[in-house]
Design a protein. Structure first.
Length: 660
């Protein structure tokens, strides 16, 4: 159990942000505490009022929460609604029909804009096309598409029919696709011929063909292919169709399938780093409500905002904050096909300037990479672009180290924009712990406080709450609407993974270690439970050591893992990317010693890495996630047997294997 202490009095506190306070959805800490108290005192009334206010129901619900079969909670179960209707039709009815829904920028810079009316028509045409093929409520569809308006159309069309979609990130291998097709029992696949990333065409249809050839996919009746590049593809005339051919001639109106609130909206698979992938199942009503509330609370979304979440729709962030949340709140959003460093590292800032983005949401990994790239090429630095329209910045995916936070705050937000450092997971459906832009004083590196209705706590292995300042397991003690309902086809794994009997069987275990500040109660996530190191009986979060390394002015990125050690039980192994060329020989030894001494000074001698390996970069997926399980294998001298097809640069593994 991590035993990490710090005093907020030693940390710099920043105001919520001058551009965000005025007229915020939750304006001030008093308003925040009133909402929290309402949720604690009258949870039924709290959630009932929000669900009635923020969603359109075909059949109103009468019961808010059914806890009779905990932890298989049911929300608004006798109500009926449709997610696509809530995202599109109601925008036609409330005056947003001609408002731009999506501004899409392709890899080559081409820009396409689509209004809510046009998006509704395209979704209806595809939904009608799927109906004509016999697809109905309860069928499952795999979506394997690039970032595109067509990907959103595919997801929304499935939701319109009650077809349960499972989106697979376009960087995943054919084997990964196959596993998901088989597990979810898909009868429909929507894909593209290819996708474009950094000027390169990457095949997608070929991966689908390979996956289907592996066997066990006999339920798949149709593969609909979006023609993105026009690249050559293999074709099965009995099974494959072009997406545009199936949509041609279809009516641009489609009556939605009104589904029960608990009807699964989608199944999204986690990475499967241990065992088979877990199909996280989310409901329609509860998930959509949480997407709307977090858009309004965390991002303070307003009719005049231009919102840009840089995540791919293959991840839950792209589900909640690209496909569903922005559209359900009538926002104008930006979608981007490419990578942040093509054609140069100023791409993000150029797009924010050109599209007048007001709310920008990206990953700490991207920020750290751009710090290095922007420093190396001053013409790409955010100071060279007009970012005056930005009012809220956000981070997602992992804790952001304080040094990257400060760079983001100063250089992108110009010390005028709050940073909402959001903690959440695929399983939570949306943010659960995050600053509020009009209320929460900000502390770099802390996700601060839970949202109203989220009863988060830090406990020991027996489920007992620990004092502030002492690390432990992050849990959520009361259900909330956006939570996952089960693991697809495996309720027992769901129970064991998230509601272990050791914690009483009804408390959600997030799987992260965290600590609360002694004074304010602010939460800081220190890493996954399996990313908490035990060195000579001292438990330390890998994130704390990584933050210390990145705080050194010569370090661009760092990742820390543990490796077995005969003397200390576990030793700290650090992988470091410098802002200069990768050192070798005596120079590498000298810099490694400097960094060990630096960590000893920042944290203490016990945290000094026993081993530091320098690389040109770190092993990351094409979405920017550092693959720490691969780094653990390298540190232990193990052969890499996992699927590495999703890595941006697989060759880095060999460099890091020998880099000492």
């Amino acid at each position: 159990m991590p035993n990490i202490e710090f005093d907020l009095g030693e940390k710099r506190v920043f105001p919520p942000g001058p551009r965000a306070v005025q007229g915020a959805a939750i304006s001030g800490m008093d308003a925040y505490h009133r909402l929290c108290e309402h949720a604690r005192r009258d949870p039924d009334g709290f959630w009932r009022g929000l669900a009635q206010e923020h969603l359109v129901w075909k059949t109103p619900f009468t019961e808010v929460l059914d806890e009779s079969d905990a932890p298989f909670y049911r929300w608004f179960a006798d109500g009926r609604l449709n997610a696509s209707y809530n995202c599109l039709d109601r925008n036609l009815e409330n005056g947003n029909a001609e408002k731009t829904a999506i501004v899409f920028e392709a890899d080559d810079g081409a820009v396409t804009r689509i209004t809510y009316r046009e998006l509704h028509q395209r979704v209806c045409r595809l939904a009608n096309g799927l109906r004509s093929l016999g697809y109905r409520k309860g069928d499952r569809a795999i979506i394997y598409m690039p970032m595109s308006i067509e990907a959103v159309v595919a997801m929304q069309a499935c939701a319109r029919l009650g077809v349960i979609h499972s989106v697979v990130f376009g960087g995943f291998s054919a084997k990964s696709v196959h596993e998901r097709i088989v597990d979810v029992g898909a009868s429909l696949v929507l894909c593209a011929d290819e996708q474009m990333r950094g000027g390169r065409a990457i095949p997608l249809k070929a991966a689908i063909d390979e996956a289907l050839a592996m066997g066990g996919c006999e339920a798949v009746r149709k593969v609909l292919v979006y023609r993105r590049t026009g690249g050559a593809v293999a074709w099965d005339a009995a099974r494959d169709e072009w997406l545009h051919d199936r949509m041609a001639g279809q009516a641009d109106q489609c009556e939605p399938e009104w589904v029960e609130a608990e009807h699964p909206l989608f199944v999204l698979y986690t990475s499967g780093s241990t065992g088979t992938p877990k199909g996280v199942q989310h409901s329609t009503g509860g998930y959509l409500l949480w997407a709307v509330l977090t858009m309004k609370w965390t991002f303070d979304i307003k009719p005049t905002d231009v919102f840009w979440c840089t995540a791919d729709v293959g991840w839950v962030t792209g589900h909640t904050y690209v496909c569903y949340g922005p559209l359900a709140t009538g926002a104008t959003e930006v979608m981007f096909e490419g990578v942040p460093t093509h054609p140069n590292a100023g791409r993000f800032w150029q797009m924010c300037q050109d599209h007048r983005v007001t709310v920008f949401y990206t990953a700490p990994t991207a920020i750290r990479a751009l710090i290095k790239a922007n420093d190396a090429a001053p013409e790409t630095h955010p100071s060279r672009f007009d970012l005056s329209q930005l009012r809220i910045l956000g981070t997602v995916g992992e804790p952001i180290n304080p040094e990257a936070w400060m760079w983001y705050y100063r250089n992108v937000g110009r010390e005028q924009c709050p940073i909402v450092d959001t903690f959440w997971q695929t399983e939570t459906g949306g943010h659960v712990i995050t600053p509020l832009p009009g209320a929460t004083p900000l502390v770099p590196g802390s996700c601060t406080l839970p949202l109203p209705g989220i009863d988060a706590a830090i406990v020991d292995e027996a489920g007992h709450e620990v004092p502030n300042g002492q690390g432990g397991l992050l849990v959520i003690r009361r259900p909330w609407p956006g939570m996952l309902r089960t693991i697809w086809g495996d309720p027992e794994r769901f129970r064991k993974s998230y509601y272990p009997v050791e914690l009483g069987g009804s408390i959600y275990l997030a799987g992260d270690g965290a600590v609360r500040d002694k004074v304010t109660g602010y939460f800081t996530v220190v890493g996954r439970i399996d990313d908490v190191l035990n060195v000579s009986g001292h438990r330390m979060g890998t994130m704390e050591i990584e933050s210390a390394l990145v705080a050194n002015p010569i370090v661009a990125e760092a990742a820390v893992v543990g490796k077995p050690d005969e003397l200390t039980g576990e030793a700290v192994c650090a992988y470091v990317v410098l802002k200069r060329a990768r050192p070798e020989g005596a120079e590498a030894d000298r810099i490694a010693k400097e960094l060990r001494d630096w960590v000893a000074k920042e944290i203490g001698p016990i945290a000094k890495p026993k081993e530091i390996r320098f690389g040109d970069n770190l092993p990351k997926t094409r979405s920017g996630k550092i693959m720490r399980r691969l780094l653990r294998s390298l540190a232990r001298g193990e052969d890499i047997r996992q699927d590495v097809s999703t890595l941006e640069n697989p060759a880095i593994l060999e460099q890091l294997r020998v880099a000492q």
